[in-house]
Write a protein that binds this ligand. Structure first.
Ligand code: UD2
Ligand code: MN
Length: 574
């Protein structure tokens, strides 16, 4: 029976090269020489001593999907721990980082079925889920994905999901290049899983949006769950997502996204106190969950958050509702903007977007994308953003085009199908979305003026110079192109640009850009129409061009005659 067992394992083994075959021969030899392998632990032990680490990894994979199997806690990465790269492999791991923009060597050292601590908070432990949940088709698209990350993701899904809820797993290979392991070896691995796996392979690069559309067409589950290809699902992750969709078929549910370190693959619990928003330049951002939302859910931290936006990669949606609400914009390419597009669409057209705090999935966050953007990164990202902005943001579209003038350099393609969709679904306005779903959005809402702030005499305009919080505000020749010269003069008397407030805590000093703080006097300015001065409420001094350094903005004792203190609010956008 040991031999049978070994044969059985042998069948499942993915043999990629003859070296591994030789190693397997060694194990066979050991068996023949009276070193029986009675069970899988025994096999693990035998293999640990007999064979090389890479072969051991293959052996581990045979059992990976078996949720009963656990690994010795000393194995690399177990219990979500960080992996230590041995000194002699450090060089190589650095060199190979760019293949995936994460440390694939660290990932390779971790068992496919590594344990990760249960991520659910105390509040979640007492939640009883409906036994009859809709099933789901998992859809994962990838272009040039790492091997062990993809396989560990699949393994974690199978191990942590009740089998009857997994209708199937659909993989869409978006024209990966080279990477032999994504072919026959992946097919073999997929067959070994106790769930149906369909692998679709794009003949040409379709980008993540159209790849997901292709995956969705092949799905047959009641719901669809989209995931990135470098994730780890954790205990109990699936049921809360399905429960939200069952409660309301127009709900789209995201898990909390935990962080898998791109360097060490340490598993770090994601925050349940942040949810999805966007920054002043309309890029997805995590933002703190406001008090109003915690009050709405009556401080029950097991209840879903109504999130303004989603990160984009991980969510469950009813299959029919996905189409009802407009699927994806198939005019978007490669990467970017589809997450906000879908978020706005869901809220504005009658759905709801949620984060289930009781569902946790880890994701390897990368600092850069490892893959190419055919046709140029900027062109693609600006195009996708135009398709988002021009269709969904009404009067704010003009504002975005002003603060990101490069948007006007690209052709957005034919928008009419999406505009048509918005009409057909009778979606609400973007203003409604801002007022009701995301009142904290870093966009001008209650203002006297949005445009440039100009000193006519010197032809200088306030300019953030693209500086971050803490940097000095500057002034440059008025160019009328918008961008960093767009300032909001708000009803709260703040001068705001790129989400930062003009701040003058000390008299006669350069004026800074700081994070806006409601009520902070150093950030409040009174505009006098007559004298055209901007007077700071803390110092009572006036905003002035620094005469010895034209690029700099200072405050000075107010003097109605002084030409450096005269400011006009010009070029209104709204
Ligand atoms: C985030 C989302 C991602 C997507 C993106 C915006 C999470 C965790 N991830 O970026 O899902 O919404 O924001 O567009 O929320 N891919 C292809 N073909 C391509 C390019 C990418 O199949 O041409 C795959 C890629 O291999 C990966 C997935 O699409 O599996 C997402 O790409 P990513 O991981 O580079 O995006 P990420 O996590 O930075
Ligand atoms: Mn990703």
């Amino acid at each position: 029976s040991d031999k049978l067992y070994l044969n059985e394992m042998n069948k499942k083994l993915i043999i990629e090269n003859t070296n591994l075959k030789k190693e397997l021969e060694k194990v066979r030899h050991d068996v023949a020489n009276g070193r029986p392998l009675r069970n899988k632990n025994r096999l693990n032990r035998a293999t640990t001593t007999v064979i090389k680490q890479d072969f051991l990894n293959k052996v581990k994979n045979w059992f990976a999907w078996d949720s009963e199997a656990t690994n010795p806690p000393s194995w690399p990465g177990e219990n979500g721990r960080a992996v230590q790269i041995p000194q002699n492999l450090k060089e190589e791991s650095k060199k190979r980082f760019k293949e995936n923009q994460f440390n694939i060597l660290a990932s390779d050292m971790i068992a496919l079925n590594r344990t990760v601590p249960d991520q659910r908070s105390y509040a979640c432990k007492s939640v009883k889920h409906d036994q009859e949940l809709p099933n789901t088709s998992i859809i994962i698209v990838y272009h040039n994905e790492g091997n062990s990350t993809l396989l560990r993701g699949l393994t974690s899904i199978v191990r942590n999901s009740p089998g009857h809820l997994l209708r199937e797993i659909i993989l869409v290979d978006d024209a990966s290049e080279g990477r032999d392991y994504l072919h026959q070896a992946l097919d073999t691995f997929a067959k070994s899983l106790p769930v149906q796996v369909k692998i679709l392979r794009n003949a040409e690069r379709m980008g993540l949006m159209r790849s997901r559309l292709r995956g969705a067409e092949a799905a047959s589950g009641a719901t669809m769950t989209f995931l990135d290809a470098h994730i780890e699902a954790t205990r109990g992750w699936l049921q809360p997502l399905l429960a939200e969709v069952k409660r309301n078929r127009r709900s789209v549910a995201c898990p909390v996204i935990d962080v898998i370190s791109d360097e060490t693959f340490e598993y770090l619990t994601g925050s349940e106190m942040t949810y999805g928003g966007f920054d002043s330049h309309f890029v997805f951002d995590w933002v703190p969950v406001p008090q109003r939302e915690n009050q709405r859910r009556q401080h029950d931290y097991s209840r879903a958050l109504r999130t303004p936006t989603m990160a984009g990669g991980l969510f469950t949606i009813e299959r029919q509702f996905f189409y009802d609400i407009g699927a994806y914009d198939d005019g978007m390419d490669v990467w970017g903007a589809e997450n906000l597009e879908m978020s706005f669409r869901i809220w504005m057209c009658g759905g709801e977007l949620l984060i289930s705090p009781c569902s946790h999935v880890g994701h390897v966050f990368r600092k850069q994308t490892p893959y190419t953007f055919p046709g140029g990164t900027n062109r693609i990202i600006f195009k996708n953003n135009r398709r988002l902005i021009d269709v969904w943001t009404d009067e704010y579209a003009k504002y975005f085009h002003k603060i990101v003038p490069d948007l006007n350099l690209v052709d957005a393609g034919d928008l009419s199908p999406r505009i048509e969709l918005r009409k057909r679904l009778e979606c609400k306005s973007f203003k409604w979305y801002l007022d009701n779903i995301y009142p904290e959005a870093p966009l001008p809402k209650d203002f006297y003026h949005v445009g440039s702030v100009q000193n006519e005499k010197f032809n200088l305009c306030l300019d953030t110079m693209n500086r971050k919080s803490g940097g000095e505000c500057g002034a440059t020749a008025c160019h009328g192109q918008g961008g960093n010269q767009i300032f909001e003069y708000s009803k709260a008397h703040n001068l705001v640009s790129a989400g930062l407030c003009l701040d003058s805590a000390m008299s006669a000093k350069p004026v800074k850009l700081s994070n806006c703080q409601a009520g902070s006097k150093s950030q409040q300015w009174d505009y006098d129409n007559q004298s055209e001065q901007l007077r700071n409420r803390l110092t009572s001094e006036c905003l002035a061009v620094n005469q010895s350094n034209n690029q700099q903005i200072v405050t000075a004792e107010c003097d109605k005659e002084s030409t450096v203190q005269k400011w006009l609010l010009k070029d209104p956008i709204f």
